[in-house]
Every structure is written in structure tokens, then in C-alpha cells.
Write a protein that binds this ligand. Sequence first.
Ligand code: MRU
Length: 347
Amino acid sequence: MVNVPQTIRWYQGDLYFLNQTKLPNEVIEEKQESIEQVWDSIKQLKVRGAPAIGVAGSYGLLIGIRDKTSLKISSFLKEIENCANYLDSSRPTAVNLKWGLSRMINIAHKFLGENSKELFKVLENEAIKIHEEDIQLCLNIGKNGVSLIKDGMGILTHCNAGALATTGIGTATAPMYLAHQKGKKFSVFADETRPLLQGSRLTSWELCKSGLDVTLLTDNMVAHVMSQGIIDLVITGTDRVVANGDVANKIGTHGVAILAKHFGIPFYVACPYSTIDFNTLKGVDIKIEERGSNEVLEFGSFLVAPKNVKVRNPAFDITPYNLITGLITEKGTIHPPFDENLKKKYS
Ligand code: MRU
């Protein structure tokens, strides 16, 4: 049993998120009192990471509808759809949010009863199922990826695709946690991942806490460190894998993949099926979230650029399939050609 921080908790009909914006300075759990608060927690990245927001959205829907069970079933169903659309508008890139909400809506439409309270119970059970499944998916990704990690390796990761991005042992980190548990000796290199520092604040925090050997890098060190021959493997997570195998992940991932190709280092992406979007054919069709300029202008809340300078802040980029060695999934590792092999695995 790997001991990791708990990002989301559903307890006696109430929802709690670990506020990740405070890490690593403070470890604070916040009760979610309203659907607006859930929306805001997702938007502000208090809860973040593709699989985690899939689970957060599913429970968040329950918060939105829990006081409406006195409605007739047809009005209750309408309310469920409105709440799901509202939560889905909080972040556009990770497909897991839509995936979790669609799963909830589908269950609601299959319900044949007339009692809204009963339907609420059915939806609560579904959200719990989505949550429990996420824990198991992470574990299976770990089991399928662990053999990639050999004694003495240096493994680079970008952003946080760890326990904090999921409700289990992470996606990219899952093979690392299991390899560490088996006693393998290896080093992890975590890119700090500007602008919001998920690599330094979150990945290095959770891996250090579990006793893994972690070295923190600023994002502009990757080429140099790779040129020194100390990186043998890259594993990242992803927010969306599309039909041709292109992946969206935190801004900077594309650059890391190009460098890995240049230095002949295998580049793996870890993901559960809930992150695979067969309805989108190519990476260019993925909506990339553009976030506020203050995230770039400030370091913490300290101004590090003139206030009036123009800023770009795309939160994600697209890594083309031809830079990816393999996709580590709960069903095994998928190799190119991804368009064919993804379909074979998931049809
Ligand atoms: O903006 P964030 O922190 O939600 O971005 C998270 C990432 O890009 C992760 O790498 C991705 O969600 C994969 S998580 C298992």
C-alpha cells in the first residue's frame, strides 16, 4: 500500500478538496458548500489534474442537485443537465471532466423511476464508483509501467501527474511509486513547471514525502541535463489523448518531448481510458485553456514583470504522436501506430 495525499473526500454527503494552491506551505482541506464553490475550486486549481477533476466534477454535480430532490423527475433531470454543463465550463482541456459528467448524465437518463430522491442515491453511487475506479486505474497504470524503471535510472517528469492529480497514486508517478516500493533505486527529475509550479510545489512535495529521490529542475534546464546523459526515461501525464495519438499536457511538455527525441530518450505518456477522446481526431482540435496574465506577471504574488507588458498564458500544449514512445494505460502499454492500436485496445 503506497501512502499518498488524499485530494478528494466524499464523507456523509459532503465534499472536501485538498486546497492544492496552498501546497507545500499548508495542507488544508476545504468543504465545498455550493456548486459555485466547486466550479471556482476547479477553475482556481485548488483541485486539478485531469483524473482528479473528473472525480471532482462528478461529486460536484451532487452538491448542485442535493437540495432539489423535491422536484418532479423531469425538472430534476433538467437541473442535473444544467449543473453538469455549468461545471464542464470551468476548464476546457482535460476531457476527464466532461467524461465524468457525461457518465453521470447517462446514468440519470437510464433511471426509470419517478422519485428524484432515489435518482440522487443512484447518482451518488455512480460518483463513488467513478472515484473508486480512478484509484484502481492508477494502480493498474503503475503495474503496467513499473517494468520500464530499472536500477540506476534518471526519470524526468513535467508538471504534476502524481497522486495530487488523481485520487490514487497518480498516472506518470504510479510506476515510480511501485518501483520504489519494490526497492528499485532510481532518481526522479521534476521540472518546476512555470507559471504555477506544479512540478516544484506538488510533484517534488509528494514524491519527497514518500521517500523517493527527487531533484528539482527549472524548466530551462532540461536540454542541459539531458545532454549530460543522466536522464534515461521521460514519463508525463496527459489531459487528453485524441484518436491519432496526439496528447495535450501542461505547457512545456511538447518541448520536453522534442528534446527527448533529440537525445534518443524514450518519452512515455501515462493515462487512464477516461483521458482518451476518440471523438477528437487530431491535437489541433483540442481547446487549449488560456489563463490569466497575472500567473505569468507574478511569482507567487510578487510582480516580476512590468504590469503593462503583453502576456501569453496557454496552460497546455500538444505533443504530436510521432514524439511519443508509448502510452502507459490500465490495459497495458500502447505503441505506435497509435490510431490503430488505441482503437484495438479500446473497441
Ligand atoms: O493545470 P493542471 O495542474 O490541472 O494541469 C495538470 C497536467 O497537465 C497534468 O500533467 C495532467 O492533468 C495529467 S494528470 C494525471
